[in-house]
Design a protein around this ligand. Structure first.
Ligand code: GRF
Length: 204
């Protein structure tokens, strides 16, 4: 495995994918390259973004596989062909199972739009907003076999303001996502993230 070769798994618009691509292209993440973008949803804007940058973009249709293991086996096959050493979940809306996770344990990173361990799962921004928190943010973490439970790498906070809607808050969080995810990818590629149990030490 070459840990500068990256695969990005997506399900939607791909703005985080775009921030990774942009930071690689402008030299902020040296030596890395996105080798393949895989979507479990057909026709996503994320796939189009990948194509525009000359990156292989693949739709893997879960309906064609008889179970999750064989679906994930196909994804594993694709990323192995590209000698991928880092898998990013950037708005990938499925829980990763053992077929894909086991070979990439410690090499698979997710971004979540809330301050974990609060508000895991779907619609983290809305959950936090509805709960009435005064501060929210985003979390980048290694993936484990739970839902948004893996070792936390970096978190960034934003305030929740009096006149916010959930949408305004989500956009404020997204701005931070676009900064912090590339930061984490750079640290990973440079070998500066060390997992020690539940904690991640950053040796920058
Ligand atoms: C982001 O809010 C991310 O934190 C969450 O899904 C959303 C994906 O957005 N996991 P995008 O597809 O990267 O624009």
């Amino acid at each position: 495995m070459n840990f500068t070769n990256i695969a990005v798994l997506v399900s939607g618009r791909g703005s985080n994918l775009q921030s990774i691509i942009d930071n690689i292209e402008n030299g902020t993440i040296p030596h890395a390259s996105v080798k393949v973008v895989i979507s479990d949803v057909d026709g996503t804007y994320a796939l189009e973004r990948a194509q525009r940058h000359g990156i292989e973009a693949v739709f893997v249709d879960s309906n064609k596989y008889e179970n999750k293991a064989s679906f994930e086996n196909e994804i594993l096959h694709i990323i192995t062909q590209h000698d991928v050493g880092l898998v990013l979940l950037a708005g990938y809306m499925r829980v990763v199972g053992p077929t894909l996770l086991t070979p990439y344990k410690g090499k698979m990173i997710n971004i979540h739009p809330a301050l974990l361990p609060s508000f895991p799962g779907l619609h983290g921004q809305q959950q936090a907003f509805d709960h009435g928190v005064k501060v929210s943010g985003c979390t980048v973490h290694f993936v484990d076999d739970g839902v948004d439970t893996g070792p936390i790498i970096i978190q960034r906070c934003v305030p929740v303001l009096e006149d916010d809607t959930a949408n305004v808050l989500a956009n404020r969080i997204l701005e931070q996502e676009h900064k912090v995810f590339p930061d984490v990818v750079r640290l990973f590629v440079q070998g500066k993230l060390i997992i020690e149990g539940r904690k991640v030490r950053i040796t920058d």
